[in-house]
Design a protein around this ligand. Structure first.
Ligand code: HEM
Length: 323
């Protein structure tokens, strides 16, 4: 799943397929290094947040040096990809084939003289790192929930089959006819929340549940607990709770609209939300059109832990069988 998502985000960030789905991947040292570096970022961040490293704020301890090395590696690799993309852009501009209306994030940034290459490189690295593990783990957990709840998987398969049959590609029109797919993903986020929550520095003094919290205090909004506390049968996977009636109202009117916010909230919410959702829709439809998702018995009831994002303690052994 990580490789699928690395390939997808590579197209957004660098306008090219970086070869992560290539059977020859292990013989591409650059791509392997990049893969390892992008995975290390979250491991090191988790080490910092969970108290595994306290002194990095005071001096360049081991965690700091490792983090720096990983970031430099990412920058080196993305620098090379950006050079290739700017070369391509120059050629297009010179031979008159550059279309300014074409929706292309990288070309629109590169062709803006006010933005320098270093800023673009930093932005692309943030998107690249932020967009890989997050979605790969969420997709894996979603497949796990479908495998653990075969009757819900069957309802989802029926929806996909009715709209697209076994071979049709997913289009925005088809997606609009798939409420169960969206409900099934939302329920997976609710039941197994992808991150612990979001944090904010208080812009002024506030009183929260009777406690005075002074301006400037960092507050963690523990969304992972809220998404359990607010729901009946919170440990059951019930996508139906998110379906709407024909009048567009939610079937369960007791659900608070802020109770499940896996992508955060407000002006600093997740910039990659739409992209992550599209990837999850696409991967699910493609897989379920052809395959049933099951689990080897050793993976049923596997434990999940937070390492920035929620992940299984041990690798999940899926069984994909032909329909
Ligand atoms: C299922 C997948 C994902 C989840 C659950 C997720 C979750 C989050 C959350 C909770 C935040 C903090 C929001 C807040 O504080 O209100 C965030 C921020 C961010 N995410 Fe995601 N994310 C996902 C996918 C992605 C993808 C695909 C990308 C890139 C294409 C991405 C890039 C970012 C960036 C750059 C930020 C920082 C935004 C800022 O500080 O303004 N994320 N994400």
């Amino acid at each position: 799943m990580t490789l699928f998502l690395l390939s997808g985000i590579g197209v957004v960030c660098f306008n090219t397929r970086l070869g992560f789905l290539d059977p020859e991947l292990s013989s591409k040292p650059d791509a392997m290094e990049y893969l390892k570096a992008s995975k290390s970022v979250f491991r090191l961040l988790h080490q910092e947040i969970s108290g595994g490293s306290i002194l990095h704020g005071l001096y360049r301890n081991k965690t700091y040096r490792n983090f720096e090395a990983v970031q430099l590696k990412l920058k080196h690799y993305s620098g090379k990809e950006l050079q290739k993309a700017s070369q391509k852009l120059k050629e297009k501009q010179q031979n008159g084939t550059f279309d300014t209306e074409e929706p292309n994030l990288l070309f629109s940034l590169l062709s803006d003289p006010k933005i320098d290459l270093d800023d673009i490189s930093n932005l692309m690295n943030s998107l690249y790192v932020g967009g890989t593990d997050s979605t790969a783990k969420s997709l894996q957990i979603f497949f796990y929930n479908l495998a653990m709840n075969p009757e819900k998987q069957e309802i989802l398969y029926q929806e996909i089959n009715e709209v697209l049959g076994p071979d049709q590609p997913l289009t925005p029109e088809a997606l609009a006819q798939m409420p169960y797919l969206k409900a099934a993903i939302k329920e997976s986020f609710r039941m197994m929340f992808p991150n612990l929550g979001i944090s904010r520095f208080m812009p002024k003094d506030v009183v929260l549940s009777g406690y005075h919290v002074p301006e400037g205090t960092q507050v963690l909004i523990c969304s992972s607990s809220v998404s359990k506390a607010c729901f009946d049968n919170h440990d059951q996977y019930i996508p139906e709770r998110w379906l709407r009636t024909e009048q567009g109202k939610r079937s369960d009117s007791t659900i608070h609209p802020m109770s499940v916010l896996p992508f955060g909230y407000g002006p600093r919410n997740c910039i990659g939300r739409r992209f992550a959702e599209q990837e999850m829709f696409l991967a699910t439809v493609k897989v379920l059109q052809k395959l049933k998702i099951g689990l080897k018995p050793r993976s049923e009831g596997v434990q999940f832990i937070y390492s920035i994002f929620l992940e299984p303690e041990k690798p999940i052994a899926f069984i994909f069988s032909k329909r």
